[in-house]
Design a protein around this ligand. Structure first.
Ligand SMILES: Nc1ncnc2c1ncn2[C@@H]1O[C@H](COP(=O)(O)OP(=O)(O)OP(=O)(O)O)[C@@H](O)[C@H]1O
Length: 420
């Protein structure tokens, strides 16, 4: 774990918010702007140099609304680092926080449409992702725009480009598929082609997305509890699209059949796929004002808080002694507090930083790539979702009291409190 001085005298690292196959991600405070950012760190002695590839791809993707904003990159004596926009929760954590750990059809379709755009943007710059999974998509909490198909978007972002592969040659042609390629990605979401050692193409990112769609809707995939890669493969073969799409609108079957019919070199018709899902969305009676599940839950919670607060006010004004359930009195439970460090940071020692060069990119070769297991944590960037919840809750609290330099106090569980 990094415990050094602020990077480039500017980014002061706080909590770890993610860890993965090759790096660790920290919440950091930009001492100049006082904004929170995300910093991905990779040890300098790591020979696979995934962060260099990630840095290069992220810079090239800056015209896309579906990825994080690049802020800076560099290295010190021990680490390479990449500073980027901080997103909210990733999709895995959001899904886990919903009742039965699943999304409604409306949310799943909306997210899927955005994910198709995110994947398309990456493909357009000549790369395939090869590790499409819920832990690699996050939500940007800013205003939304509409897609060509009329659905609101610009909300869901893709990240983690460390396993990307360039599928176009320098003339912009699709490179011929390699006869034999090793397994790539995360077993739970990997396409059958990946299990079979075939070279991966654009279709495989979409096939992984299809598994994600089923998981978002059902909460789990049929092979959810299987760890062994070979058994996961067998389960994927047994659970045909017909079985998995059984209770879903017919557009999902059409979606699967289309991507399943793509050949290695085929360019997917992303617009067609978005249109299919949007049609199903409209048929089901949803429209652009339909909210994401977590927005509805948040609204419910804040409505509850408001009504409880006003009830409390009324009762207090009558001068009575009350025992209340204190979900909303989160900031006074000293027994369960988490301390968010002060926003002010003085004493910043000097540190020498060398910027990464734009062309300093490496394409991770198949022989050196890592196989990522389908472990639950792996779907989520290596962190338990409750760890994320605490941290992102802290950030929200922090923003609401940003001018203060004192500590923000939060509670972990609900309590009872006597109000006099
Ligand atoms: N910009 C960001 N804002 C907020 N959270 C982020 C950001 N980037 C990454 N994370 C969090 O960190 C987790 C791990 O990030 P990322 O997938 O980039 O790391 P990794 O080392 O490549 O992981 P893996 O090996 O699991 O793919 C993500 O799931 C996400 O929750």
């Amino acid at each position: 774990m990094y415990s050094g001085t602020p990077l480039k005298q500017r980014w002061s690292l706080r909590n770890k918010i993610g860890r993965g196959g090759y790096g660790e991600i920290y919440l950091a405070l930009d001492l100049e702007t006082k904004e929170h950012v995300a910093v991905k760190m990779e040890r300098i002695d790591r020979h696979k140099r995934a962060l260099v590839l990630e840095n290069s791809i992220l810079r090239r993707l800056q015209d896309s609304k579906h990825t994080t904003k690049f802020i800076s990159s560099g290295r010190n004596t021990e680490y390479k680092y990449l500073v980027m926009e901080l997103l909210g929760s990733n999709i895995w954590n959001l899904k886990k926080s919903q009742p039965n750990a699943r999304f409604t059809l409306a949310t799943t379709i909306k997210l899927s449409v955005e994910m198709i755009s995110a994947i398309e943007d990456l493909h357009k710059i000549g790369y395939i992702h090869r590790d499409i999974k819920p832990g690699n998509f996050g939500i940007r909490n800013s205003r939304r725009t509409k897609t060509e198909e009329g659905i609101s978007q610009s909300y869901c972002c893709i990240f983690d480009f460390g396993l990307c592969h360039k599928y176009l040659d320098s003339d912009g042609n699709v490179k011929p598929g390699r006869e034999k390629a090793g397994f790539r990605g995360t077993a739970r979401y990997a396409s059958i082609h990946s299990h079979e050692g075939m070279d991966l193409g654009r279709r495989d990112d979409l096939l992984s997305l299809f598994y994600m769609i089923i998981e978002m809707l059902n909460g789990e995939l049929p092979w959810h509890r299987i760890k062994n890669q070979e058994q996961i493969y067998r389960s994927k073969k047994e659970n045909t699209n017909k079985k998995m799409c059984k209770d879903l609108p017919e557009e999902f079957t059409v979606f699967f059949e289309y991507i399943n019919g793509l050949k290695f070199e085929d360019e997917p018709n992303y617009k067609y796929l978005r249109k299919l899902l949007t049609e199903s969305y409209i048929k089901l009676g949803f429209d652009e004002n339909t909210k994401y599940d977590w927005e509805i839950n948040q609204e419910d919670k804040s409505q509850n808080k408001k009504s409880q607060k006003s009830k409390l006010k009324r009762k207090n004004s009558r001068g009575s002694k009350q025992i209340i359930s204190s979900n909303f009195l989160e900031d006074i439970d000293k027994k369960n507090e988490i301390i968010l460090p002060s926003l002010s940071d003085n004493n910043i020692p000097q540190i020498s930083i060398k910027q990464l060069q734009e062309g300093d990119e490496t394409e991770t070769s198949s022989s050196t790539m890592e196989v990522v297991d389908s472990d639950q944590e792996e779907a989520n960037g290596g962190m338990e979702s409750n760890e994320f919840d605490k941290i992102f809750k802290m950030i929200n609290e922090d923003y609401s009291s940003k001018s203060a330099t004192t500590h923000t106090v939060m509670k972990k569980t609900s309590c009872k409190c006597i109000i006099c």
